[in-house]
Design a protein around this ligand. Structure first.
Ligand SMILES: [Zn+2]
Length: 219
């Protein structure tokens, strides 16, 4: 009986070790720290809007997380470097922003693996998370992201800034929904982002007035 228990114990321990071995996924924060919100910017970098956002973040001494598209990182490596050198977190948002759930295996591997190589080539560090475009994922997509050494990350609270509803509407919507540990999704790339840039100072000040601070995720 004792031998059986010992064998069972050994089996359990080796099973746990195996499970740990197969997982090279970094153990990083996916939500903001208690008492803070995480500002996240998707679809960049962009030489105009990303730099304007960086200047605002610098003024308020706030760190944010940038989920960038690999193709844009390749186009604007200097902006990638600036983001990193100013202490923000750089994460992945795929190579060309497709719906990852609609790709074949070769396409999916390309979309997941390539941005990491590009970002590593620019800042000497691979991203630890990939936020799947359009919030679209399934278990296979998330597994491929994990196999590539990243944690899959969902959208975060949608500011709808990409709909460009007017600066004040973006401010009101975000502030109404800003609470401890909230991850807020905004956009610095791909399209016109004047409203996002214009809304950002009031969003930061409004969050501070709520007594909340700021933290990054995926760092
Ligand atoms: Zn996106």
């Amino acid at each position: 009986m004792n031998k059986l228990l010992i064998l069972l114990g050994l089996f359990f321990i080796s099973w746990k070790l195996c499970a740990a071995d197969t997982s090279s996924v970094p153990n990083v924060r996916k939500v903001a720290m208690p008492g803070t919100v995480a500002l996240t910017f998707d679809d960049g970098p962009n030489p105009i809007y990303t730099r304007q956002i960086l200047a605002i973040l610098k003024k308020y001494d706030i760190k944010a997380t940038f989920f960038m598209v690999g193709a844009n990182a390749k186009l604007y490596p200097d902006v990638v470097k600036e983001i990193y050198e100013q202490g923000h977190v750089i994460a992945s948002h795929s190579m060309t922003h497709p719906m990852l759930t609609r790709l074949n295996n070769a396409q999916l591997e390309y979309e997941v693996a390539t941005p990491s190589k590009i970002i590593d080539g620019i800042i000497g560090k691979k991203p630890l998370c990939l936020r799947y475009p359009f919030g679209a994922s399934n278990e296979h997509v998330r597994e491929v992201i994990r196999e590539n050494g990243m944690m899959p990350v969902p959208m975060g609270f949608n500011s709808f800034d990409y709909e460009r509803p007017g600066t004040q509407k973006i401010i009101d919507w975000v502030l109404k929904n800003a609470y401890s540990q909230q991850v807020i999704l905004m956009h610095d790339g791909y399209d016109k982002r004047e409203q996002t840039v214009a809304a950002l100072p009031a969003i930061i000040e409004g969050i501070q007035k709520k007594g909340l601070g700021f933290s990054t995720i995926c760092g």
